[in-house]
Design a protein around this ligand. Structure first.
Ligand SMILES: Cc1cc2nc3c(=O)[nH]c(=O)nc-3n(C[C@H](O)[C@H](O)[C@H](O)COP(=O)(O)OP(=O)(O)OC[C@H]3O[C@@H](n4cnc5c(N)ncnc54)[C@H](O)[C@@H]3O)c2cc1C
Length: 675
């Protein structure tokens, strides 16, 4: 069995497994064969039964079952699918993500999906069962595209493998034809194993029949290391999850009792796919799985994500294996192993690595051959490269887990990212770029790791994170701001959105634009799961003694004239130095939407304070606060100098710290105040 063995014209290739790896390989191999003017008989054996939906308008045969996957399609995968003419049709796409939310013990960080990038979600199989359109799913779609290219698909389980006397691989498979079963054998010039690692869920990958078959053909093959995950499909009522549409959540921590290292929540219309990995999952008995999922959804940082009273029911729950290592010798004479059975990108993008290994194999067999030497030379490097990259991935995930699961580190990182967001345009934000790549899988772990080591990254974290956090912490202490029994949320607005929102507020409220940039300008925004009436009611308490927010030490804020949200009502800010005290007068109200206060007296006189409730989604929206004023000046040179020095010394960050804290409190009370 030595020497180069080319794939003959009219060769038969048997692919065991019609998941992504099997379909991607079939598509590429059949296209290559056409390019090279070669005939190819490509047979895919897929053990999942075909579904029959007599009334469905589905143009292709659909596979049943489930491939135990969250169905997240990374930007890279979406891109290569488009380039290969395999762009996912609308029916297959369950969700288009516009925001990835990374949860940290201090605060969550929202990352908007950059223009031109796509993050999608799909169902891999027909589950969850109650789905109306369960015949449309990702694996069936890919398989149908393989059939379009000329693949034959047989619903059968591969059960045996050995070499024939002339060195071809013989694959025995069982076809279930209703009640009857029949065993058949097919000879292959190349056997491709793409059966994944979930033949026996929860057991070491190598213990199943499929792996024994591989070892029959490649005696020194050893399966990759796997780790157990928990995956659950949760179902809500019709509109329950609409509030979360377009979001994708990642959290790398649980609690002291629920040790979670990696988790994702992907809302898909009425469903939400929850994936968990961590020590608590590793050590759990099957009877504990449901409790783990429920416990996870009940954790404060997760509970806060879910809209109000939503009651999610787990309709599917399983504990599949996830590939976390690399198989030894995933190639042999006329035999190769692809997809999860060979290697997978660590914790992200397994489908993309299935694509990568499948394509590398298809390229290799046409450019070189199907003998062990050719596969070692031209196929193995791709598998080894993915594995090598995963080593960096381990370090990246270790660091991010440590950072996001600790309040202090998480606060520092959050702060540095926010500082950068407020000061630099999106395309120049390094920290946001790195976090985007980690969470979306948009770059190799190698590159991500290298970027985190750059001195510039360390500087951004030190100057924008460590120093600013110390300063903010001291400010909170000074003004008596305690983080009580309510969540902490980001309120910073990225530079590019400030401009847009300012224009909107000015236009709607008929405000005279400032000449030039106001000398002091701040915008804060917070997402609320409360309707506008509740938010408006709470805003009406601005200045009331019994309000539950905006009560910093040293600043006595109280209404002196009028009632809640009443035009002409006046709220007084008394500060230590009476010369700095001022009034804000409610000048305009657009019910349920905008409040415009004008500043009278004090240093910010003539300035504005506006509240804007933008209810962009059912069940919630954003409350945005906009503050702008110019510092006073005077004809008297001494006074002018005095105001100038005051402007230089004015601690704008105190305003940020107080309003961030107040908005988190306000969100909390408004959400409790739903009618
Ligand atoms: C909990 C979890 C969540 C994940 N989430 C994501 C995600 O969001 N995004 C992402 O990109 N990746 C994700 N992955 C990884 C991804 O699922 C895998 O990397 C990917 O499915 C690998 O594809 P594959 O074709 O190698 O194997 P599989 O998808 O497992 O497909 C194997 C196919 O072979 C068939 N088969 C098996 N044995 C036989 C046999 N003896 N005869 C015939 N057919 C057989 C099976 O029925 C199946 O259809 C996740 C994995 C897990 C465990």
């Amino acid at each position: 069995m030595s020497g180069r063995v080319a794939l003959p014209d009219g060769a038969t290739i048997v692919v065991i497994g019609g998941g992504p790896a099997g379909s991607f390989f079939a598509i590429r191999a059949l296209r290559k064969a056409r390019e090279h003017g070669r005939r190819l008989d490509l047979l895919i054996l897929e053990k999942e039964q075909e579904l029959n939906f007599y009334e469905s308008a589905c143009p292709f045969a659909s596979r049943g079952g489930c491939n135990y996957c969250a169905g997240g399609i990374s930007p890279k995968l979406a891109e290569v699918l488009r380039e290969d003419g395999l762009a996912l049709p609308d029916g297959i796409v369950q969700g288009r993500t516009d925001r990835i939310v990374v949860h940290g013990d201090w605060k969550s960080i929202e990352l908007t999906v950059p223009e031109g990038k796509e993050v999608l979600s799909v169902f891999r199989g027909s589950r969850p069962n109650k789905r109306l359109e369960r015949y449309t799913n990702f694996d069936s779609y890919l398989l149908s595209r393989a059939v379009d290219e000329g693949a034959r698909v047989i619903t059968a389980e591969a059960r045996e493998a050995h070499f024939s006397a002339d060195g071809r691989a013989l694959i025995g498979y069982r076809v279930a034809d209703g009640e009857r079963v029949r065993d058949e054998t097919v000879g292959a010039d190349l056997a491709v194993f793409a059966g994944g690692v979930n033949q026996q869920m929860g057991k070491e990958a190598g213990s199943g029949r499929l792996f024994q078959m591989v070892e029959e053909l490649i005696p020194d093959y050893r399966p990759p290391k796997v780790r157990q995950a928990l995956i659950s499909e949760m179902q809500g009522e019709e509109d329950d999850l609409r509030y979360m549409a377009g979001e994708l959540h990642f959290a790398q921590y649980g609690s002291k009792d629920l040790r979670i290292e990696m988790s994702s929540l992907i809302p898909k219309e009425r469903w939400m796919t929850v994936v968990l990995l961590g020590k608590s999952v590793d050590e759990a008995r099957p009877t504990e799985y449901l409790e783990i999922v429920k416990g996870f959804l009940g954790l404060p940082h997760i509970r806060r994500l879910l809209p109000g009273e939503v009651n999610l029911k787990p309709v599917c729950l399983c504990h599949p294996n996830m590939t976390v290592g690399m198989a030894r010798n995933p190639f042999g004479h006329r035999t190769a192993v692809i997809g999860d059975m060979a290697v997978s990108r660590l914790y992200k993008d397994g489908i993309l690595s299935a694509y990568t290994t499948a394509n590398a194999l298809a390229d290799c067999i046409f450019s070189s051959g199907v003998d062990r030497g050719s596969l070692k030379m031209f196929y193995r490097p791709t598998v080894a490269d993915l594995h090598g990259d995963n080593r960096f991935g381990k370090m990246v995930f270790f660091v991010t887990r440590e950072v996001f699961s600790r309040p202090i580190l998480s606060r520092i990182f959050y702060q540095s990212l926010l500082t950068e967001r407020k000061n630099r345009p999106r395309q120049k934000r390094r920290l946001e770029g790195v976090l985007w790549k980690i969470s979306s899988g948009d770059d190799t772990y190698r590159h991500i790791f290298a970027e985190t080591l750059r001195p510039r990254t360390a500087w951004l974290i030190f100057a924008g994170g460590v120093l600013v956090t110390i300063r903010n912490y001291l400010t909170e202490r000074l003004f008596g701001l305690e983080w009580g029994d309510f969540g902490r949320y980001p309120t910073g607005v990225p530079l590019e959105e400030v401009e847009k929102k300012r224009r909107e507020i000015m236009t709607v409220l008929g405000l005279e634009p400032f000449t030039g940039q106001p000398e002091f300008e701040r915008m804060y925004s917070i997402r609320m799961k409360a309707d506008e009436k509740a938010v408006f009611r709470q805003l009406g308490k601005f200045g009331d003694e019994d309000r539950k927010y905006f009560k910093p030490r040293f600043v006595n804020v109280h209404r002196t004239v009028g009632g809640p949200n009443e035009v002409g009502s006046t709220v007084r800010y008394d500060v230590l130095l009476s010369r700095l005290s001022f009034n804000v007068v409610l000048e305009k109200v657009v019910a349920g939407r905008y409040l415009l206060y004008r500043v009278q007296g004090g240093f910010p006189r003539g300035g504005v304070l506006t509240f804007d409730i933008d209810r962009s989604r059912p069940g919630g929206g954003f409350l945005t606060i906009y503050v702008a004023f110019n510092f006073p000046t005077s004809r008297n040179p001494l006074k002018r100098l005095g105001w100038y020095l005051f402007k230089l010394a004015f601690p704008g960050y105190v305003h940020d710290v107080i309003w961030n804290h107040s908005l988190c409190e306000l969100k909390h009370v408004a959400e409790l105040d739903q009618e």
